[in-house]
Design a protein around this ligand. Structure first.
Ligand SMILES: Cc1cc2nc3c(=O)[nH]c(=O)nc-3n(C[C@H](O)[C@H](O)[C@H](O)COP(=O)(O)OP(=O)(O)OC[C@H]3O[C@@H](n4cnc5c(N)ncnc54)[C@H](O)[C@@H]3O)c2cc1C
Length: 338
């Protein structure tokens, strides 16, 4: 920490999955920190509505998730470490049953598996779909609550809405993990943020296998005895997290299809806003003009997978002065902007 001139205490602003994992890695590295979670009425937190799915192979064109071979072992180690340190259950190994939507998907699945392109996560395709191994679900609501309890006890957790500019003047390092609120702040104006509203239905449904996520356009995730979530929609450019009737209807239809006629009842409907970058990589690093201000954001639809890897990059930077990965560094936008 001293090598790069970083101060005694890091102020982490925002306690979604990004801020939580950064605080966890700081604690493990012996870096003093405080974690500010926002007071009553602080901007909404998308980590509370996220399903926490980690899926190694995604999209219409069946591609491996970006940096999956590095990010997945780091995620597994971090969440399992949290489980044993705090005595909570947050990590569940799962499989994804990907059901082909049409002939094009079926052909893509057959060709890619024949070439071994999706190994080790997919080894063979069948006529109607394929199995994706190595998936997981991170129980984000449990993780966030356990983190709050743990760091409240040690006095590191603050229920405060932080004024970034004021605190940056008072701290040697403030890391902005505010998600949507950070992306809407002119402080980060050179970053070409993009937004996508997402919605999920909560369902009461019996007898689903506990370790299988069904996926065909939308996913169906078992979340406990007699309960499942179905999601998520993507509405680009929308920053209001209000559940809509259109998304409810779309997800109701998808749930019926994924359940193959099995009955279910809707018990809840949630919405949130994802923060993305045009290259679909997350963003971390120091502010181009204010070195005391850092960033960890842009986790898109993959916060559970990416937050542990980005938190590790911050720690490597703070303890050994390692530069941020160029594909992640906020500097990539500053250069483009000039
Ligand atoms: C419907 C839906 C489903 C999703 N499903 C998945 C999924 O299955 N798997 C997956 O990996 N990802 C999923 N995501 C994406 C995931 O939610 C995000 O990648 C992730 O939660 C982003 O986390 P974050 O910590 O960056 O932001 P947030 O969770 O939004 O956290 C930011 C925090 O900062 C706080 N804050 C804001 N301003 C201040 C301030 N001034 N002072 C102090 N605190 C402040 C906020 O209150 C909030 O708590 C989903 C998203 C949606 C919308």
């Amino acid at each position: 920490m001293k090598a790069s001139g970083v101060a005694a205490e890091v102020l982490i602003v925002g306690q979604g999955v990004a801020g939580t994992l950064l605080a966890w890695e700081c604690e493990r590295a012996g870096i003093p920190f405080r974690l500010a979670a926002g007071a009553e009425g602080a901007p909404a937190m998308v980590s509370r509505v996220a399903a926490g799915i980690i899926n190694p192979v995604t999209g219409r064109r069946l591609v491996k998730s970006w940096r999956i071979d590095t990010a997945l072992p780091l995620a597994r180690a971090a969440y399992r470490g949290i489980e044993s340190a705090w005595g909570v259950k947050v990590w569940r190994e799962m499989r994804v049953r990907r059901i082909f939507r049409d002939e094009r998907e079926r052909r893509t699945g057959a060709e890619k598996t024949a070439r071994g392109e999706l190994a080790p996560y997919v080894v063979a395709a069948e006529t109607d779909g394929l199995w994706i191994e190595g998936a997981a679900r991170v129980d984000l609501p449990v993780l966030l609550a356990a983190a709050q309890e743990h760091w409240m006890r040690s006095g590191c957790w603050l229920r405060e809405t932080i004024d970034l500019e004021a605190e940056t003047a008072r701290h040697d390092l403030v890391v902005d993990c505010r998600g949507l609120a950070g992306a809407l702040d002119p402080l980060w104006a050179p970053v070409p943020w993009e937004f996508s509203k997402g919605e999920t239905l909560e369902l009461a449904v019996a007898n689903l296998p506990a370790d299988v996520i069904r996926n065909s356009g939308h996913w169906l995730l078992p979340v406990g005895e007699g309960a499942a979530w179905c999601g998520a929609t993507h509405t680009p450019g929308v920053v209001e997290a209000t559940p809509s009737a259109d998304a409810r209807k779309t997800l109701e239809d998808s749930a019926a299809q994924l359940l193959g006629g099995q009955s279910c009842a809707i018990t809840g409907h949630t919405a949130g806003v994802r923060v993305n970058l045009p290259d679909r990589h997350p963003v971390a690093g120091r502010h181009p003009r204010v070195a005391r201000l850092g960033l960890l954001n842009g986790l898109g639809a993959k916060g559970a997978l990416l937050a542990p890897m980005l938190a590790r990059q911050w720690i490597n930077h703070l303890t050994e002065g390692v530069p941020f990965d160029a594909a992640i560094d906020v500097a990539r936008f500053v250069t483009t902007h000039r």
